[in-house]
Write a protein that binds this ligand. Structure first.
Ligand SMILES: Nc1ncnc2c1ncn2[C@@H]1O[C@H](COP(=O)(O)OP(=O)(O)OP(=O)(O)O)[C@@H](O)[C@H]1O
Length: 302
């Protein structure tokens, strides 16, 4: 179980401070797929990076803490201070545009060999990698290729293979299917979910596609202007959304995989400056396990 305690993450740019994530309090159960949605710039990537422990200047932790509920490879509890030691082993991160994050001048096989925490016996790593990528729908020759020789979907499968190679307990996937065509998007997400079922781990997945969230997540977390405005079981959030921004996202639900509404949603919600809704720091439990910021407190009459 991961517990976020009053988390506030900011960026310092010269004399200016941007509070990108503020007052986040929530618990993520084990073996859970949590979908994160929200307007552009609402702090989703910042929150994901903070959970991953990738807090580097100009980003900093202004307040709060994270309890990972995990034991590291040395048997000690994982904390924000030592979380980096657990990268790839206990937790891994699939960043935005990750299929372009593969080093272009290194063959895929060497990306597995050079992987932090990999076995020092290269032959053994390669045998395991060849076997593993086969299970993930990649031909064995992919291992001998350079990234540019593979399609976008294949590169994304390689990224997923790298991120899941050590069966981490937590995987953070930040828009893992952006820039892929609709059919490949669905295949990649289904692959990730199959792996989650097999490994029994927790996945946090950021996506703008509410159809995807409805299909694959157990819990939904909705962000707006740096705050979590709603968090609960996906069925409950979709059946009875409480915050007006959540309602707008659900009402605008496009056909699964259809990206055409993304820009519309972002601008309707006031991305880029104007805020359609006020934000409150506290979530209220509207029914067991379903938390939301109240609409009237958020400055909007429901
Ligand atoms: N490196 C940075 N330096 C300064 N400000 C930043 C930096 N990265 C993000 N921010 C600011 O933090 C806020 C949250 O950004 P973040 O990238 O977390 O949002 P997001 O919800 O992931 O957006 P998107 O859906 O567009 O990826 C925004 O106001 C953004 O401008």
């Amino acid at each position: 179980m991961i517990r976020l305690n009053d988390l506030k993450i900011s960026y310092r740019i010269g004399n200016r401070v941007i509070d990108a994530v503020d007052g986040v309090n929530l618990t993520i159960p084990d073996r859970c797929v949590v979908g994160i949605a929200g307007e552009s710039g609402s702090g989703k990537s910042t929150l994901m990076k903070a959970i991953y422990g990738d807090i580097q200047s100009p980003m900093y932790l202004s307040r709060g803490s994270i309890d990972y509920g995990l034991k590291g490879s040395d048997g000690q509890p994982v904390t924000t201070a030592n979380v980096r030691r657990e990268w790839f082993k206990s937790m891994s991160y699939i960043p935005q545009s990750s299929m372009n994050s593969l080093n272009p001048v290194i063959r895929i096989r060497d990306q597995f060999i050079d992987f932090p925490g990999a076995d020092s016996n290269k032959k053994r790593v390669l045998e395991r990698a060849r076997d593993y990528i086969g299970k993930l729908g990649l031909p064995p020759e992919a291992l001998d290729s350079y990234p540019h020789q593979l399609s976008g979907g294949m590169r994304q499968r390689v990224m997923i293979a790298l991120a899941t190679f050590f069966q981490p307990e937590l995987i953070i996937a930040d828009e893992p299917t952006t820039a892929l065509d609709v059919v490949v998007q669905k295949e990649i997400l289904m692959l990730l979910m199959e792996l989650q079922e097999q490994m029994g781990n927790t996945i946090l997945v950021v996506s703008h596609d509410m159809g995807v969230h409805y299909q694959v997540t157990h819990k939904m977390l909705i962000m707006y202007a740096g705050r979590v405005v709603e968090y609960g079981d996906t069925d409950s959030v979709f059946a009875d959304p409480q915050h007006p921004y959540t309602r707008m996202l659900i009402d605008s639900l496009p056909t699964i995989g259809d990206d055409s509404m993304r820009g519309v949603l972002a601008s309707a919600a006031g991305a880029g400056g104007d805020r359609a809704y006020g934000v409150t720091p506290d979530l209220i439990e509207v029914k067991p396990g379903h938390f939301a910021a109240r609409a009237e407190e958020a400055g909007v009459s429901a």
